[in-house]
Design a protein around this ligand. Structure first.
Ligand SMILES: [Fe+2]
Length: 281
C-alpha cells in the first residue's frame, strides 16, 4: 500500500471577502491552481490514501474550508487531515487584517462539514498511522495517555503531526537550513518532553510540515521527516515547493516527486464551479 503525504496547502477562496488578507497573503491566494496539480499527481501515482499534514487552509473560514473541500473532491482516494496552526487562525475583524488562534472555531467548522481533525489512528496495511494535533506547538494534556494507549510495539508506527518534535537533532536540522528560525513556534516547544516520555523506541517515523522547507533528522531509531509545502507560491517560496511524497507501507521507504510548474495560460485557473460567494465576515 502507498500513502501520499502532503503538507501546507494554505488554500484561500479566490472570492474571499477578507480583502486585507487577500492582499497580505497574495502569495498563497494565487497558489491554489498548483494544488489542483498536486491532486492530479496523487491520482496519477494511484496512492491508496492521502494524509495532509496540516494548514489545509491559510486561515479558517467556512468559505476557505469549502473551497478546499471542493478541490479535494477530485482526489480519487480517501484523504485524512491533521490540523495545522493556520487551520485554527480566525480573522478578528471584517477586513481580515489580523487573525487569532481559535481551536474551537476550527474544530467546529471542520466538523460541520464532516472533516475529522481530532487525534486518531489509521491502520493501513500493517502500519499504524497516528494523527496527532500539535498545531499550536504543543500537544493536549491528555495526549500522552492517549498515545500510550495507541502506540503498538507489534507493528510499525508512523506519527503524523503538523509541528516537528522538540528534540536536539530536529532543532539542528532546522537551523542547518535557517539558523534564525524561531523555535518557540516551529517545534513543539510546549511539549518538549513528549519524545523522551512517550515516543522513544515506539515510533518509527514522524512526518510533519509547518516549516515549508524539507529537513530530516534521526533521533535514536526514529526518523523525523519535515515535508516541504506541496503548493507552488508564485514569485516567492523555496525551490522545493510543490513536492509530494509517497510512503510504501511495506518498508516505510518513501519517494518524492515535484509537481510541474503551473502555466497560467493553460486555462485551468478557474475555480470550481461549485464555489459561490463566501459568507460575509
Ligand atoms: Fe504552513
Amino acid at each position: 500500500m502507498h500513502v501520499g503525504l502532503i503538507a501546507d496547502p494554505h488554500l484561500i477562496n479566490p472570492n474571499d471577502s477578507y480583502e486585507s488578507r487577500l492582499e497580505t497573503r497574495q502569495h498563497f491566494a494565487e497558489a491554489w491552481p498548483s494544488f489542483r496539480t498536486v491532486i492530479e499527481e496523487l491520482n496519477a501515482a494511484a496512492v491508496d490514501h492521502v494524509i495532509i499534514l496540516g494548514d489545509l487552509v491559510d486561515y479558517y473560514t467556512d468559505a476557505n474550508r469549502d473551497f478546499a473541500l471542493s478541490l479535494l473532491e477530485d482526489l480519487e482516494m480517501p484523504w485524512h487531515l491533521t490540523p495545522g496552526n493556520h487551520d485554527y487562525a480566525v480573522p478578528t475583524d471584517e477586513s481580515g487584517s489580523d487573525t487569532e488562534h481559535d481551536q474551537e472555531a476550527g474544530r467546529c467548522g471542520y466538523a460541520a462539514s464532516n472533516v475529522e481533525i481530532s487525534d486518531r489512528v489509521l491502520d493501513l496495511d500493517d502500519v499504524r498511522f497516528i494523527l496527532l494535533d500539535s498545531a499550536l506547538s504543543a500537544v493536549a494534556d491528555d495526549a500522552r495517555s492517549w498515545l500510550d494507549s495507541v502506540l503498538d510495539n507489534d507493528r510499525a508506527c508512523v506519527l503524523c503531526t503538523h509541528v516537528p518534535l522538540d528534540v536536539d537533532p530536529v532543532v539542528e536540522a532546522i537551523h542547518a537550513v535557517e539558523p534564525d528560525r524561531n523555535l518557540e513556534k516551529y517545534v513543539q516547544r510546549g511539549s518538549p518532553e513528549l519524545y523522551e516520555t512517550t515516543l522513544a523506541g515506539r515510533v518509527d517515523l514522524v512526518c510533519s510540515g509547518h516549516l515549508h522547507f524539507p529537513a530530516r533528522a534521526t533521533i535514536d531509531e526514529t526518523v523525523q521527516l519535515i515535508r516541504p509545502k506541496c503548493i507552488r507560491t508564485p514569485h516567492t517560496g523555496y525551490e522545493t515547493d510543490g513536492t509530494i511524497a509517497t510512503l510504501d507501507t511495506a518498508d516505510l521507504s518513501w519517494t518524492e516527486r515535484q509537481i510541474p510548474s503551473h502555466d497560467p495560460s493553460d486555462g485551468t485557473t478557474c475555480p470550481p464551479e461549485s464555489i459561490g460567494e463566501p459568507e460575509g465576515a
